[in-house]
Design a protein around this ligand. Sequence first.
Ligand SMILES: Cc1cc2nc3c(=O)[nH]c(=O)nc-3n(C[C@H](O)[C@H](O)[C@H](O)COP(=O)(O)OP(=O)(O)OC[C@H]3O[C@@H](n4cnc5c(N)ncnc54)[C@H](O)[C@@H]3O)c2cc1C
Length: 388
Amino acid sequence: MMQEALANTPERQAVRDAVRAICDRYDDDYWGELDRTHTFPHEFCRDIAAGGWLGIAMPAEYGGSGLGVTEASIMMQVVGASAGYFAACSAIHINIFGLHSIVKHGSDAQKREWLPKVISGEIRACFGVTEPDAGLDTTRIKTRAVRRGDHYVVHGQKIWTSTAQQAHKIVLLARTTPLEECARPTEGLTLFFADKDPRTVKVTEIPKMGRHAVNSNQVFYDGLEIPVEHRIGEEGQGFRYILDSLNPERILNAAEVLGMGRRALDKAARYAAERVVFGRPIGKNQAIAHPLAEAWAELYAAELMTLHASELYDSGKPCGAEANAAKLLAADAGFKACDRAIRTHGGMGYAAEYHVERYFREMVACQLAPVSREMILNFLSERQLGLL
Ligand SMILES: Cc1cc2nc3c(=O)[nH]c(=O)nc-3n(C[C@H](O)[C@H](O)[C@H](O)COP(=O)(O)OP(=O)(O)OC[C@H]3O[C@@H](n4cnc5c(N)ncnc54)[C@H](O)[C@@H]3O)c2cc1C
């Protein structure tokens, strides 16, 4: 029933089919149970790693497949469209493109040491950027890394670090030069691939609305020592390195949300065809059918924008506006599809049995993170329209 514009070549369809075969081993009951019991999806992650999929966008010389963001997007769209929904995406997301800064700015020795282990699943990484007092204004982060000879010492606090409970390593952004000593706020921030040393790193789970299979955490750093050789690239350039990976991250996230929207819409259409009230299937009422048709069109349009953005990125062309627009359109279309799926199910939309309420709780996060709607609209207003 669904269009899948992203998988528009035989090779891309092969990626889709292989990832789908893994995802299909884990059904709604499996994921519903993990959500209820707040249990991390270890088996699913192991299967994805065993298939080599964590290395889809990693360079071949370090054991990856060397494919582009388009193929990675296809993979994540399939994962989003599976019963695992956003939880399944979040369990592996950071491995797919979050280590791009190491690929691009890390030394050969770092890549040789880390990337094969990340690809095999031996090392799990998490992403420590957001802080309670800085929010989306990343340059205002306060976590400090002070150099002492051959290592840095880190003190500070991060919030929302997803998968920190399971992670061995943290892609960590910290300030190495105080803000007031920098010519620009974007300077003086440094990126590390730090060990999560339990003696100096304390992790506390944040109770939240959904995606319970994958934890998000407050992380407290109290004297974490990071060897200089675990610094990524140059001191003070961390913000620039993070910016480098923003466009592919937006695109991947758009693809995930599209998959999620499609799954919700599929369920809604099936229910609308089967559920009989007043002597006929509820889908025979235009009030039920039309919003679903609208969601179909909006998801398809957002998918075309996502494909356009990913192909621009893969061919080395600028894609900031397109990647942001794709994320905006996908998140809106996905949210609407999920909302309509709940309403189509009526009272049963609110019951755990049909899983659409789990989908909805997870979908809400995609309006907020990794970047909010408002910040995307700010970006487009400023860069495309010369406003703000
Ligand atoms: C489920 C989940 C998982 C996450 N995982 C991670 C992770 O693994 N690692 C990590 O580092 N972070 C993670 N985050 C953090 C996420 O990236 C931030 O929550 C997000 O960037 C928003 O920051 P904030 O909550 O501090 O919002 P704030 O910056 O406090 O903003 C609050 C609201 O104000 C709006 N706003 C702020 N400034 C402006 C402005 N100038 N113009 C218009 N509107 C504005 C925002 O759009 C938002 O709606 C996660 C968050 C969630 C919810």
